[in-house]
Design a binder for this molecule. Structure first.
Ligand SMILES: Cc1cc2nc3c(=O)[nH]c(=O)nc-3n(C[C@H](O)[C@H](O)[C@H](O)COP(=O)(O)OP(=O)(O)OC[C@H]3O[C@@H](n4cnc5c(N)ncnc54)[C@H](O)[C@@H]3O)c2cc1C
Length: 473
């Protein structure tokens, strides 16, 4: 396969651009988007490649899963955000091969050259070697997963409304959320609120007190990455909301309606019977990390993240940078790798872009220093916990900080405004925006964020249009 030339190489809008170095960014998530923004108007030609045509604001996926907002509120088309920039082109496709020696990438069955490569393909969910659990317990990583969770929860309530057997009716009103990190707590807190209020108001045969949301985690407290004081506040709030905390139990088996647990401390075994199971427990880096390691010999950690140099390059290849959830960056004051979160991803993307520009212009760039703004999690309507570099907040004030931080982080103004309005509407009326049951069971369950390479035995899945279609089917 001979390498092809990019549009901006063939027909650069300005004459000088033809000589500018070509920066290829794979992944338009938090890290890739920030890198792209930083390169607009700089003396480089940029190609941003993503397998989806939009940037997804994952921190608010739980609101899509629980009908608080619609999917377009948390996703923005990449072309709308950066399409106008004269030195940036956006291409839709899944990068499937890296030829670092030749400085080429392969996608949509073509090879393209680069001078600088930024890999920012993020991470997907991991079932710790039990991939067979995925169909029973959907993860929450992309829009389709959030839609699937909402569809399952609402479908179960609809079935319960028509079920005369009280025992079965109670089963249909139960959900288990596996993993009590921020995503699990957010989802569980919003689910209990959704189920109780929807039932009180909209369902005639169901009783709110029969709703069960179980939050399962092998640790001894929720939000283990946060200060124990905030964990305790969040745990107490969740319990007051009616959530059953099942702590210390490790999942051994998952079937359609059962989660089997063993408790190491006591040796106890327990089986939870629930109608809907959601998985928020494990994360694994995009498969491009493995591909990069195979072609260059660079190291990955046990989560598949690429271990990078202080400038996010890999050994022997200063032109290849890996950022965001895909990289393991330990050049920190305490030697601990930066967490897989949006804040670090954005800072990494911005720094790498500035570093490339500095190199292109023959200048020195300051070393990367991560600024930790803290962490937060929302666990119910108007209740969040936040740790802002030692300033610990919980309750309404935590929620206000959480809300402002998320709105500020949202890349598009239109989404910011629509979210603000929808949140105000929910607070005033308790009505959720998007209580729709769409799709059919497991329609999107196999779709992941670059975790594994797609099987492309079907020759029709090779065009750009059909690649996009395949990703959402
Ligand atoms: C449910 C959920 C809630 C979260 N909540 C928070 C939170 O509250 N606060 C926080 O800080 N962090 C949160 N995170 C983590 C945060 O979203 C991630 O750390 C962040 O998205 C990482 O950014 P990234 O740019 O590395 O990857 P991503 O944002 O995941 O972007 C990766 C991009 O690469 C594309 N891609 C993947 N593979 C390929 C390929 N082969 N070819 C082309 N394109 C590809 C994808 O389509 C995607 O657009 C949450 C994550 C989830 C899933």
């Amino acid at each position: 396969m001979a390498p092809e030339r990019f549009f901006l190489e063939l027909e650069p809008p300005a004459g000088t651009q033809a000589d500018w170095p070509h920066v290829v960014i794979v992944g338009g998530g938090f890290a890739g988007l920030r890198a792209t923004h930083r390169l607009i108007g700089k003396p480089v030609r940029v190609t941003l490649i993503d397998k989806r045509n939009f940037n997804l604001f994952q921190p608010l996926l739980y609101q899509v899963a629980t009908g608080l907002v619609g999917q377009a509120d948390v996703a923005s088309p990449l072309r709308q955000m950066i399409g106008k920039a004269p030195n940036v082109q956006i291409l839709l496709g899944e990068v499937e091969e890296l030829d670092v020696k030749a400085r080429e990438i392969v996608f949509n069955e073509r090879r393209y050259g680069y001078d600088h490569l930024i890999l920012a393909t993020g991470s997907g969910s991991s079932y710790f070697g039990h991939e067979e659990w995925r169909a029973m317990a959907p993860p929450m990583k992309i829009l389709e997963h959030a839609n699937e969770i909402r569809r399952r929860v609402l479908s179960a309530l609809e079935e319960a409304e028509q079920t005369p057997d009280p025992q079965r009716r109670r089963l249909l009103q139960s959900v288990a959320v596996i993993g009590a990190g921020p995503t699990g707590c957010e989802l569980a807190g919003s689910l209990i609120d959704l189920m109780r209020h929807a039932i009180e108001r909209d369902f005639k045969q169901l009783r709110a007190e029969d709703c069960r949301v179980l939050l399962v985690d092998p640790g001894d407290r929720v939000l283990r990455a946060m200060h124990p004081q905030l964990s305790a506040a969040a745990g107490a709030y969740l319990q007051r909301s009616g959530i059953e905390l099942v702590l210390g139990g490790r999942v051994q088996q998952i079937s359609q309606t059962e989660v089997q647990l063993t408790f190491k401390a006591t040796g106890e075994e327990r089986c939870l019977e629930v109608a809907t199971i959601c998985w928020t427990a494990g994360v694994r880096a995009s498969h491009l990390g493995k591909l990069l390691a195979a072609s260059t010999g660079c190291q990955t950690d046990k989560g598949g993240r690429v271990i990078v140099e202080p400038d996010f390059s890999i050994p022997g290849h200063p032109e290849v940078r890996v950022v965001g959830d895909l990289c393991s960056y330990s050049h920190t004051a305490d030697g601990q790798p930066l967490p897989g979160m949006a804040g670090p991803a954005v800072q990494m993307g911005g720094w790498v872009a500035a570093d490339i520009v500095a190199r292109v212009q023959g200048q020195q760039h300051r070393p990367f220093v991560f600024t930790d703004f803290g962490s937060m999690a929302v666990v119910g309507p108007l209740y969040a916990v936040a740790d802002l570099r030692g300033l610990r907040l919980s309750g309404l004030v935590g929620w206000l900080v959480w809300g402002l931080a998320h709105l500020a982080f949202m890349p598009e103004m239109e989404n910011r405004l629509s979210l603000l309005l929808k949140w105000m509407w929910v607070i005033a009326t308790r009505e959720r925006d998007s209580m729709l049951i769409i799709g059919h069971r497991n329609q999107h369950i196999g779709v992941e964020v670059g975790l594994e390479r797609r099987e492309t035995t079907d020759p029709t899945t090779t065009s750009v249009a059909s690649t996009a279609a395949a990703q959402s089917s």
